[in-house]
Design a protein around this ligand. Structure first.
Ligand SMILES: CC(C)=CCC/C(C)=C/COP(=O)(O)OP(=O)(O)O
Ligand SMILES: [Mg+2]
Length: 583
């Protein structure tokens, strides 16, 4: 959102130059206009909190032999778990619980085909009578495991837990903590029209909140954890670590799973610390802290955001690229929102649209280094990916970057005209400024063969699931930041646009926007069910982008003020030691 400013001749008193202080008008001979230094406009103070990490992650030094040792150590438990997953002698209930744990531990990326094949068989064999016999916990686990992997298991299997006369969940359910916990997790996978899951969510949330203080041990930790953030709206890497710490009884019977999870966490942490070092070093080398010191300096936070999209080791290059491009977005957003004048914003947008180095001449001094780095980075990417015929993905990212610059400009123009957009008008531009189109397209660049031209053509249709993720991003950010942005004099948010459009109170507007967000989640859940429009590998980053908005904005503006959630997550993933292999 761009800053509100008083714009009579841009609303600024020119800063007095040293000459004007010592040479009162009329006492010196007039100087030709062109030679007069342009007065530097008075700029609003961006005063964002500084980074809480300084150079913390630059000092890491990767020992390649250690990384290799972990990669080798993974092999044996990986094969052992593969044998478990494909073991035909294991009964369906045990098998589904195993696949559930493997997924929650972040290990299903190792067996995409095996898991799919197993679930295909088990899903076809589903006998609804079976669900009449089993308990809430077992049913909920199976519901989740099927839905996580795209199988449309009907939510009718929960009907038997409702009292037929009152229509509400039975007393028995409210006494079954583990069952409620799992039902609460299941409810987040709900689709449009699944009223029973809407009700289940409200019911289990209220019940779990009521009893949480009476619980102890792992169960207390599990309930606290799920109430804070259910698995489905969490960051996969973090959720895997938390699950490992608090749900041991789910998987400890499988020694190979425990061993595999531990080695995998150690292996991934080394790789991710190295990636974080690389982007931190790049950021430092590019001297952004000197050229654009007014922006939010958030390298580890943005790397975490992108790690939230995909954590698989083979997307290492993809993460580096997407992190750099997202950091460019932070520079652009903060420049437009908190530093540049409207005239400068127009010039910067024009230069980005022209996308040629000669456009640098028209730019204010402070943004020139950024513009140069932006063009050079994209140039390098184009060269790198032309070699294997993948330059199309770089072009798509570039075009989306140009589009968001125009979107940010539109916000700035609205503000400059003291105009609050209508809600539909706001949302049209808001989906663009959510940044999720640029980020999801940039995420494709380094993904390799699966992100082919056909995949990109699908993205270009602006599919429902992508729209939903953008919408969640735009509105959840707005709901959490509108007061702060108003105080800073930034432009109207979705909350303001909604209030204006529907003439409702702030409270009602927020409630309604939260409902819109809930509905968009149902679109996302629907879009991840088979048959999917494109492969799950392409849909997962879109789903994960929506999750990351929840992670960053559920409790506060965690991006501007990263001292809570993001600091904890960064510490857990890149600072604290991963689970030890010794015990
Ligand atoms: C989604 C991501 C990772 C985008 C890049 C960083 C960014 C612009 C974050 C939102 O900040 P904001 O709250 O200032 O956004 P806006 O100015 O659009 O409200
Ligand atoms: Mg902003």
């Amino acid at each position: 959102m761009a800053l509100v400013r008083n714009n009579s001749s841009n609303g600024r008193e020119p800063v007095l130059s040293p000459r004007s202080l010592t040479s009162p008008r009329g006492l010196t001979s007039p100087r030709p206009l062109a030679a007069r230094p342009t007065p530097e406009p008075v700029r609003p103070l961006a005063n964002f909190p500084p980074s809480i990490w300084a150079d913390r992650f630059i000092t890491f030094s990767l020992d390649n032999s250690e990384l290799e040792a972990y990669a080798n150590a993974l092999e044996e438990p990986k094969e052992a778990v593969r044998s478990l997953i494909t073991d035909t002698t294991i009964d369906a209930t045990t098998k589904l619980k195993l696949i559930y744990s493997v997924h929650r531990l972040g290990l299903s990326y190792l067996y995409p085909e095996e898991i799919d094949a197993e679930l295909d068989i088990l899903f076809k064999k589903i006998d609804l009578d079976y669900y009449e016999q089993v308990d809430l916990y077992t049913i909920s686990v199976q519901f989740q495991v099927f839905r996580h992997h795209g199988y449309r298991l009907s939510s009718d299997i929960f009907k038997k837990f409702k009292d037929t006369t009152t229509g509400i969940f039975t007393d028995e359910v409210s006494k079954d903590v583990k069952g409620m916990l799992s039902l609460y997790e299941s409810a987040h996978l709900r689709l449009h029209g699944e009223d029973i899951l809407d009700e289940a969510l409200a019911f289990t949330e209220a019940q779990l909140k009521k009893i949480v203080s009476t619980l102890e041990g792992d169960l207390a930790r599990q309930v606290n954890q799920v109430l804070k953030r259910p698995f489905h709206t969490g960051m996969p890497m973090v959720e895997a670590r938390l699950y490992f710490n608090t749900h041991e009884e789910d998987f400890s019977c499988h020694e190979a799973v425990v061993k595999l999870a531990k080695i995998n966490f150690n292996y991934l942490q080394l790789q991710q610390k190295e990636e974080l070092r690389m982007v931190s070093q790049w950021w430092k080398d590019m001297e952004f802290q000197t050229s654009v010191p007014y922006i939010r300096d958030r390298v580890p936070e943005i790397y975490l955001w992108i790690l939230g999209l995909y954590f698989e080791p083979y997307y290492s290059r993809a993460r580096i690229i997407a992190t750099k491009i997202t950091l460019f977005l932070v520079v652009l957003d903060d420049t437009y929102d908190a530093y540049a004048t409207i005239d400068e914003i127009r010039l910067i947008t024009d230069a980005i649209n022209r996308w040629e180095m000669s456009a640098i001449d028209q730019l204010p001094q402070y943004i020139k280094p950024f513009f140069r780095i932006l063009l050079n980075e994209y140039d390098d990417l184009e060269k790198e990916y032309s070699k294997d015929g993948r330059a199309f993905s770089v072009h798509a990212s570039k075009q989306a970057f140009q589009e968001i610059a125009r979107g940010y400009l539109e916000e700035a123009e609205w503000l400059n005209n003291n105009y609050v957009a209508t809600f539909p008008e706001y949302m049209r531009n808001g989906l663009i400024t959510s940044a999720y189109n640029v980020i999801s397209k940039s995420a494709l660049v380094g993904m390799g063969a699966i992100a082919d031209e056909e995949a990109l053509a699908w993205f270009e249709t602006h599919p429902k699931i992508l729209k939903a993720s953008e919408l969640i991003s735009r509105l959840q950010d707005d709901v959490m930041t509108f007061q702060f942005e108003r105080k800073r004099g930034q432009s109207a948010t979705g909350v303001d646009a909604y209030i204006k459009e529907y003439k409702v109170s702030e409270e009602v507007a927020i409630k309604e926007l939260m409902k819109i967000i809930e509905n968009a989640w149902k679109d996302i859940n629907e879009g991840c069910l088979k048959p999917t429009e494109v492969s799950m590998a392409l849909l997962t980053p879109i789903l994960n982008l929506a999750r990351m908005i929840d992670v960053v904005y559920k409790f506060d503006d965690g991006f501007t003020f990263p001292g809570k959630t993001l600091k904890d997550y960064i510490t857990l993933l890149f600072v604290s030691p991963p689970p030890s292999l010794e015990n």
